[in-house]
Ligand binder design. Structure first.
Ligand SMILES: [Zn+2]
Length: 131
């Protein structure tokens, strides 16, 4: 946590801000081929490398809650009168299941600052994992 005062403006600056070292270790960069595939914004169709050299990579995933699994879990919690104990005793089944393959989208800085509907973004497509 940083305790020094930061400017309130959250817009990206023109000068890239160095990432925290631990964040850099967790993420991989994009090679030329991957960047080429992600070169256009799915919203406006324009190239991402204009203006500020930053862009958004958004992965959208959709799930449905398995109500029967939720009922089983909450029933066990009520029976044992302990959420923690039920967590240990339960079969640890999925409470929600994916209903689509994740969609990964490239969005330019300008479009990234505008409100979007998630379902509409899915319809715009994306590369790779759409199914
Ligand atoms: Zn755009």
């Amino acid at each position: 946590m940083k305790d020094k005062a930061e400017p309130v403006d959250q817009r990206p600056s023109v000068t890239p801000v160095p990432l925290e070292p631990e964040f850099q270790l967790e993420r991989e960069g994009m090679k030329a081929g991957e960047l080429r595939k992600a070169a256009s914004c799915v919203c406006c169709g324009k190239k991402i490398l204009r203006g500020i050299p930053m862009f958004w990579r958004v992965t959208i995933d959709r799930f449905i809650v398995d109500l029967n699994a939720v009922r089983r879990q909450s029933g066990l919690e009520m029976m044992l009168n302990s959420v923690a104990l039920a967590g240990v005793m339960s079969p640890d089944e999925d409470m929600a299941k994916p209903v689509m393959k994740p969609v990964t989208l490239t969005i330019c800085e300008d479009c990234g600052m505008e409100p979007k509907r998630i379902a509409a973004l899915c319809e715009l497509g994306g590369e790779g994992e759409r199914g």
